[in-house]
Write a protein that binds this ligand. Structure first.
Ligand SMILES: Nc1nc2c(ncn2[C@@H]2O[C@H](COP(=O)(O)OP(=O)(O)OP(=O)(O)O)[C@@H](O)[C@H]2O)c(=O)[nH]1
Ligand SMILES: [Mg+2]
Length: 462
């Protein structure tokens, strides 16, 4: 087995070293992050595995505070006429008393970097390029290890990444990374490992493995996320309540429907957060403007008719019931007429089985309450935006994602995707209805089709 690559994350205090580790490990609980200096006091490691094997060990280190004083001290450690190289001089320092006292924190950092394959030098790119950073780089470079500067905070408009790039190249550091631990660029992680692979050829195989594994995982997560959203939408589209023809029943049904759709959306939010390894408090859903639902005054939805039609095609029905079905097919029937035919449908045992309880209930004057199209559209939009936000969110982020009611044209006003139109006619596809049949092959096929639609980026979908 090849050895894992050891990376030390180093830099000035409060520049986001621990935050970077959180994002790279996808672990929101790694270490302690705070807006105050000197938060991390000890070296702390985290291991990145591929197929259960360690490939990269990342080490968080305390922040450097006074590199200038340390440089002065190192100068004093030189003997007259001697010009020791960096590692020699640093070893002398690390064996001396100052490494246990005044420069205890700095000693921890330098020991870790000397024991590592390479270092990631984190910079708060909002800061002006001050001489103290040059001193830091001078001390760190004495370890004799490749250093990759990582300009952090570049998602902030007030960053000075260009100034830093110039200053670093004057110091001979030409490879660098633009990153943001809170809002990392989508390919930021890949760039980080690729840049490190260029600096440390011996680490290339492991870093390549990690890059591939991370990409595959991101892909799998995105597909799983789209599936979770597809399941929510089919659940809600196929959800229906048969309501007796009086106002009290209608009010109660509307209330129930609102409550259950809200809970179902929340369950999807939570599943997405878990999938992306965030905490429940990392997202909060604004109120869903769930109006009064949709009353299917015309209970004979084209899809329902198609379904009934297909069954009638089986030829099991005789005389009257077939006539009824034909009337339904051409849409020439009203609720009143249907109710008048209720007795017929109810007594026709053969027909009863074919129509199923849903159609029979409607024939008896029951109405069907379903969730309105705009709500379906809104749910689709909100969850897709959440998915996008989670993909672009670093595990160092502290502010929650907020789910609003976004403006987007295709889902808002375009044609509702076919799988959802279809789901309207299949109450058994919804886990919100009694006796669901969630493993039905057709449901699975429609979920897959919907998952593909959802996997496309929001804007480019036509
Ligand atoms: N917006 C933004 N904030 C960040 C980023 N990185 C870190 N922060 C914030 O900066 C502050 C310092 O982050 P830490 O990760 O604790 O910094 P550190 O370098 O580990 O600090 P010490 O351990 O004290 O040396 C925290 O308030 C973070 O939330 C970033 O890329 N973008
Ligand atoms: Mg820290």
């Amino acid at each position: 087995m090849t050895e894992s690559v050891v990376l030390a994350v180093v830099g000035h205090t409060n520049v986001g070293k621990t935050s970077l580790l959180r994002t790279l490990t996808r672990d929101v609980a790694f270490g302690e992050v705070s807006p105050h200096a000197s938060t991390t006091r000890h070296v702390e490691g985290a291991r990145l595995l591929v197929d259960g094997e360690p490939v990269v060990d990342l080490y968080d280190t305390p922040g450097l505070e006074d590199a200038m004083a340390l440089l002065d001290h190192l100068e004093q450690l030189k003997r007259p006429g001697e010009r020791p190289d960096g590692p020699t001089l640093l070893s002398r320092f690390l064996d001396g008393p100052a490494a246990r006292q005044r420069f205890e924190q700095e000693a921890k950092v330098l020991r870790q970097l000397m024991a590592s394959t390479a270092g990631l030098y984190v910079i708060d790119a909002r800061e002006p390029v001050l001489p103290k950073y040059r001193d830091e780089l001078e001390v760190l470079s004495m370890c004799g290890k490749p250093l990759l500067p990582a300009l952090n905070f570049v998602a902030r408009p007030d960053n000075r990444a260009d100034d830093w790039q110039q200053a670093l190249s004057r110091l001979g550091l030409h490879a660098l990374l633009r990153f943001d631990s809170v809002a990392p660029p989508l390919d930021g992680e890949k760039q980080l490992y690729e840049s490190l692979a260029l600096l440390t050829p011996s680490a290339r195989p492991q870093l390549q493995r990690l890059i591939q594994d991370r990409a595959a995982q991101a892909d799998a997560r995105r597909r799983r996320g789209a599936r979770l959203i597809a399941e929510l939408l089919v659940d809600v589209a196929a959800y229906h309540i048969l309501v007796a023809p009086d106002q009290t029943a209608a009010d109660a049904a509307t209330q129930t429907m609102r409550e259950r759709v809200r809970q179902r959306e929340q369950a999807c939010v939570e599943a997405l957060l878990r999938l992306y390894a965030f905490r429940l408090k990392d997202a909060s859903a604004g109120e869903l403007p769930l109006a009064n639902g949709r009353w299917e005054e015309d209970p004979f939805h084209p899809e329902t008719l198609k379904k009934v039609g297909v069954r009638l095609g089986g030829g099991a029905l005789a005389g009257a019931a077939s006539g009824l079905a034909i009337d339904l097919m051409v849409g020439g029937i009203t609720l009143g007429a249907a109710a008048a035919l209720g007795a017929l449908a109810g007594s026709a045992a053969e027909g009863g089985r074919s129509f199923g309880p849903r159609v029979l209930a409607k024939l008896r004057g029951y109405r069907e309450l379903t969730v309105d199209d705009p709500i379906l559209r809104l749910l689709a939009l909100r969850q897709q935006q959440l998915l996008q936000a989670l993909e672009a969110r670093g595990h160092a982020a502290l502010d929650p994602v907020r789910l609003d009611n976004p403006a987007e044209e295709v889902w808002r006003s375009g044609k509702l995707p076919e799988p959802l139109v279809k789901a309207r006619a299949y109450p058994e596809w919804s886990s919100l209805n009694p006796q669901p049949r969630l493993d039905a092959a057709e449901r699975q096929a429609q979920l897959s089709a919907l998952e593909r639609i959802i996997s496309q980026p929001l804007q480019s979908r036509a």
